[in-house]
Design a binder for this molecule. Structure first.
Ligand SMILES: Cc1cc2nc3c(=O)[nH]c(=O)nc-3n(C[C@H](O)[C@H](O)[C@H](O)COP(=O)(O)OP(=O)(O)OC[C@H]3O[C@@H](n4cnc5c(N)ncnc54)[C@H](O)[C@@H]3O)c2cc1C
Length: 399
């Protein structure tokens, strides 16, 4: 094919920016990136923004290749049969290939009272609203963080280090994705920072009110500000557009990241579900997924067979305030192992990783095609385990 190919990338997160920048390798490809804001949101720093210990906004143009056309808008419908998008501005935009990288959001707050009184922290708006709420309360007012996963732990420690009186309500277990030893380390750090940790079968919030939360065993915890970090959702755009999704609404793709409905739609990041077995919500996965989505587009437009995606997770990096952190190492398949790096070294490494995520975007902008990552030979086994069948639900479409 010699004519120009129009690629539209939806969403300027870690996945979408990687994809857009990488697509500029070819002069006969025009790349339009659509995002509601002209800023790149470092979601991995939103807990810092909320606590007032750091910012999370980077001018989007600063991490984009000059050839990427940036449109500030929101897609409201994908009209796959026509290969067009309807935008919130009312415009209809045609595409030859679409990269679906709309990311994730906070979960629907369906616990009674939570939608009215709890503050999620998954988006810039939410983190800013939380920060305003924290600033409006006295420094000693009780704060309850709901959710014992990475975001809950990072938020609780950041606020406790800033002098807040924090209770962390974990649900069954603190840090379920950590190794037992890593979890014990995090528990010690929480104690050092004065965080009250509540975990176990009754550590689930049953109702939230203006000044308290009530747990399933009836315990009432005073709370001037309740922060909701539990759960995860994705934008409803794919489902609304009658594309196949998983239960949550992530776009279903094959292992090349191509929609199972349409070879012109490629997905990446938190909003993608390859073979119905999505990668862990992370910028660690979103960047390589975005880069691979671009590679799939570039191969498909020439009629070449796209390659299957594979990623070996290194582990998880959690900040525990500004002066400590933990790097929980993992084996292939993203399973936590008994090794971790904690303390100040953990904090320094976590900060290095946060900066590196932005450096990687800039590098792909100046040298498109440069992003590399290590594959994981255990993906086939993961798919098989997820399906309960020897071969798994693996699908590769070549049309
Ligand atoms: C507080 C917090 C801490 C975290 N810490 C870590 C961490 O330490 N390490 C880690 O690996 N991960 C971390 N994560 C997870 C990580 O931020 C996400 O997995 C990552 O942002 C996913 O990248 P993405 O590109 O898929 O989507 P996003 O970064 O969510 O970007 C999606 C973009 O799409 C845009 N968009 C949405 N709908 C539309 C539409 N209809 N039209 C156009 N644009 C649209 C959004 O506005 C957004 O700009 C954290 C998340 C949170 C909330």
């Amino acid at each position: 094919m010699t004519s120009t190919t129009r690629v539209v990338v939806l969403g300027a997160g870690y996945a979408g920016v990687h994809a857009a920048n990488r697509l500029t390798q070819r002069e006969d490809v025009t790349v339009t990136l659509i995002n509601p804001y002209p800023v790149f949101i470092e979601r991995i720093r939103l807990h810092q923004l909320a606590a007032g210990t750091g910012g999370a906004e980077v001018t989007l143009r600063d991490v984009l290749a000059p050839a990427v056309r940036l449109r500030i808008d929101t897609a409201t419908t994908i009209n796959a049969p026509d290969r067009t998008l309807t935008l919130a501005s009312g415009e209809t935009m045609p595409y030859d290939y679409l990269v679906y990288a709309v990311g994730s959001t906070s979960a629907t707050l369906d616990v009674p009272g939570a939608a009215d009184y709890a503050y999620p922290i998954a988006s810039l708006d939410e983190a800013q609203r939380l920060r305003a709420a924290l600033e409006a309360t006295g420094p000693t007012a009780p704060v309850v963080v709901v959710g014992g996963g990475p975001t809950g732990i990072e938020t609780a420690t950041e606020l406790a280090e800033a002098g807040r009186a924090v209770t962390l309500v974990c649900g069954r277990e603190l840090g379920p994705s950590l190794h037992r030893k890593g979890r014990a380390h995090v528990a010690r750090e929480l104690t050092r920072l004065g965080v009250t940790v509540i975990s176990g079968t009754s550590a689930t919030v049953q109702t939230a009110a203006r000044d308290a939360v009530v747990l399933s065993d009836g315990r009432k915890l005073p709370s001037a500000v309740t922060i909701w970090t539990a759960g995860f959702a994705v934008p409803g755009l794919a489902r609304r557009s009658n594309l196949s999704t998983d239960n949550l609404g992530r776009l279903l793709t094959d292992e090349t990241l191509t929609s199972i409905d349409d070879p012109r739609i490629i997905a990446a990041g938190d909003a993608a579900a390859p073979s119905g077995v999505p990668y862990r919500m992370s910028c660690q996965a979103a960047g390589p997924l975005g880069a691979h989505a671009a590679d799939t587009v570039l191969r498909r437009r020439t009629g070449a067979e796209p390659e299957e995606f594979s990623l070996r997770f290194v582990g998880q990096c959690l900040s525990l305030g500004r002066s400590a952190g933990i790097i929980q190492l993992a084996r292939a398949g993203d399973e936590a192992i008994a090794l971790h790096i904690g303390g100040r070294a953990g904090a320094r490494l976590k900060e290095y990783v946060c900066r590196a995520t932005i450096d990687q975007l800039r590098k792909e902008a100046t040298t498109p095609g440069s992003r590399r990552w290590v594959g994981d030979g255990s993906r086939a086994a993961q798919l098989a385990a997820a399906s309960g069948a020897p071969s798994g639900p693996r699908r590769t479409i070549n049309r």
